[in-house]
Design a protein around this ligand. Structure first.
Ligand code: CTP
Length: 223
């Protein structure tokens, strides 16, 4: 098996409002860390770009810590070329406060407004430059999971997308089991119920390796 160079992002990003407050989400990083650990176990060379997470750095994995979406974007851009695959397991904050206040904001009014600005879409950027690299996206949906996942896959030119369902009964955050749809090239769909993140990681990494070989077989015209 070829030793692939796998770039993985994990965890949430933090978008600072003032020295005390920030915008973030529920991501714990467990999916991305499971992928990084498994990829290392399989003999791949792994770089992990992690938002704030309280998980142990996987042994043998080069781990780069960032806080904001812009910092994650800068690190992905720096390392993308030197890798065969990018797995965007991070829950990147879509927006950041338009202005950071160096002084703590005072709460003496009854309402407050924070103007938000769109963050760069890292997966979409990668999809545009991918050449023969294998690009993987994740999504979390409360409704129309399949349709929305397909839409994101096309828009961001991902080769594979893994969709997680969020509901009262299924919270995909943290180390527990999860229900997923894995959509591969040609919209081939596989459904897994109550599957562990370690198992998702192994299935995904086998798919990445398969796809890498397909794209690099001499009959593949894409450059
Ligand atoms: N993503 C990214 N950069 C962003 C936002 C998301 O690279 N600024 C990546 C995530 O890492 C994930 C995929 O895009 O792999 C889908 O993220 P998701 O938040 O579900 O989708 P969005 O495109 O942000 O759409 P929405 O939040 O409207 O559902």
């Amino acid at each position: 098996m070829k030793r692939l160079r796998v770039l993985v992002t994990a965890g949430p990003t933090r978008e600072p409002i003032d020295p005390v407050r920030f915008i973030t989400n529920h991501s714990t990083g467990s999916m991305g860390y499971a992928i990084a650990r498994c990829a290392h176990r399989l003999g791949h060379q792994v770089t992990l770009i992690s938002g704030p997470a309280s998980l142990a750095e996987p042994a043998g994995v080069k781990t780069i810590r960032i806080e904001t979406a812009q910092e994650m974007y800068a690190e992905v851009k720096k390392h993308f070329l030197a890798h065969d695959s990018l797995v965007m397991a991070a829950a990147v904050s879509d927006f950041r406060p338009r202005q950071y206040s160096a002084k703590k904001l005072k709460t003496n009014s009854r309402t407050a407004f924070i103007q938000l600005k769109k963050n760069p879409d890292i997966l979409q950027w990668a999809g545009k430059q991918k050449t023969k690299k294998i690009i993987v996206g994740f999504c979390m949906e409360t409704e129309n999971m399949f349709a929305r996942a397909l839409e994101k896959m096309c828009l961001k030119q991902a080769d594979i997308i893994i969709a997680n369902k969020i509901s009262k009964f299924a919270m995909p955050f943290g180390p527990g089991r999860t229900d997923i749809l894995l959509i591969g090239p040609d919209s081939l769909v596989q459904q897994f119920r109550k599957i562990s993140k370690d198992k998702v990681a192994r299935i995904l990494l086998d798919k990445i390796a398969d796809l890498w070989y397909k794209k690099h077989s001499c009959r593949c015209k894409q450059r």
